[in-house]
Design a protein around this ligand. Structure first.
Ligand code: ADP
Length: 364
């Protein structure tokens, strides 16, 4: 099913405006991830879609029909929360069958659906167990099963993986992608974790204090962030920012630590010249051993190692750069010593430029 949120506002009874002018069209079968820091309004948005929270202003459509006032149970929506809310005294089978039982379905149909759903979720061998005899990941799958079994057309999920340990989370991420592919239901998933957003979404909606900062595919948000907020939020470790000013095509950082020509001319130069801008680059764009032929393109950078993290396949190196900080990645065999000076390079073409005042990306 398709959904559309048009000029949606949410003002809570205490006067707090949690959502402002939220506009989004969701196509049938999409996996949309709402991502943003805690308190930015993700759950509020999800709860308005579910009908658990009134919409203060604006219009909400499901398949073209305005449903602002439709009760939750009539919206064809299933919700999965972070707490699994399973009945502790009922078996996996009974937990999954519960909703259908209540709705008065025949025993045969219930059995068929539970069997099918258990198959999809890999729960067939656990149907007789009580929730307490399951792992966190298995319990989450049962909770998911209760939503799937109703054959809902729209799935809403609010941080469903946050109670799982790191390995279970990774497993469940690929599990959810597979289940979504099998079932094809339109899914809206809320998380503060940008890795979940990057790995699962067909499109990401990145939010900050009640507004949408960017909507796009994971690739669009990663490679073409529209503003400083998205640039800083998507990516781990986050992008590095250098604030400064451009004069005669040369960028000078506000602290005077860096001065380098941006290598721009014509229209591109005109867009940034005599402006306060932010030069940004991703940690993985630090080049440790440049090839001679690249030298024209490279900007030399340096910093003092404060800490480093060896992750096995890569190292994250935290640098003090004058009074500022930077994080760069290094190959695992690179020798990194605390307090040592590191010289590295970044390609000018890997820079993202932002207007310092509006914080919007400058497209060259
Ligand atoms: P998120 O899910 O992104 O963490 P929420 O949607 O839960 O954010 O909350 C968004 C903002 O609205 C927060 O600042 C929160 O404190 C506020 N908020 C949530 N529920 C209420 C409420 N019932 N009354 C007033 N403010 C609320």
């Amino acid at each position: 099913m398709s959904l559309e949120l048009k000029n949606i506002y949410k003002i809570y009874p205490n006067g707090y405006q949690a959502i402002s002018d939220f506009n989004l069209k969701i196509n049938d079968g999409e996996f949309i991830v709402l991502v943003g820091p805690s308190g930015c309004g993700k759950s509020t948005t999800l709860r308005m879609i579910a009908g658990l929270e009134d919409i203060t202003h604006g219009d909400f459509f499901i398949d073209g029909k305005r449903v602002n006032d439709l009760p939750p149970k009539d919206r064809g929506i299933a919700m999965v929360f972070q707490s699994y809310a399973l009945y502790p005294t009922l078996t996996v089978y009974e937990n999954m069958a519960f909703g259908l039982d209540l709705a008065g379905f025949d025993e045969d149909i219930i059995k068929k659906r539970v069997t099918e759903t258990a198959e999809i979720l890999g729960l067939t061998q656990y149907l007789d167990r009580l929730p307490k005899a399951l792992s966190g990941g298995q319990r989450q799958r049962v909770a998911l099963g209760r939503a799937i079994i109703r054959k809902a057309k729209i799935f809403l999920m609010d941080e469903p993986l946050s109670n799982l340990d790191a390995r279970q989370r990774v497993n469940m991420r690929s599990e959810l992608i597979r289940i979504h592919r099998d079932i094809g239901a339109t899914t809206i998933y809320v998380t503060h974790d940008q890795i979940e957003a990057m790995t699962m979404a067909t499109r990401i909606v990145c939010m900050d204090v009640g507004v949408i900062k960017q909507v796009g595919t994971p690739e669009e948000l990663y490679f073409h962030p529209k503003n400083l907020f998205v640039a800083g939020f998507i990516g781990d470790p986050p992008m590095n920012f250098i604030r400064g000013h451009v004069a005669d095509g040369t960028f000078t950082s506000n602290d005077g630590y860096y001065t380098f020509p941006l290598g721009l001319s014509g229209d591109a130069l005109a867009k940034v010249n005599n402006r306060d801008i932010v030069v940004a680059y991703r940690p993985e764009h630090a080049i440790w051993h440049p090839k001679a032929e690249e030298s024209e393109e490279l900007v030399p950078m340096k910093g003092k190692v404060e800490v480093y993290e060896m992750l096995g396949d890569i190292q994250n190196v935290y640098l003090n750069v004058g009074k500022e900080k930077a994080i760069i990645k290094a190959a695992p065999d690179e020798s990194v010593l605390i307090d040592s000076e590191i010289n590295y390079y970044v390609k000018k073409s890997d820079f993202h430029l932002f207007d310092a005042k509006t914080e919007e990306a400058i497209e060259l």
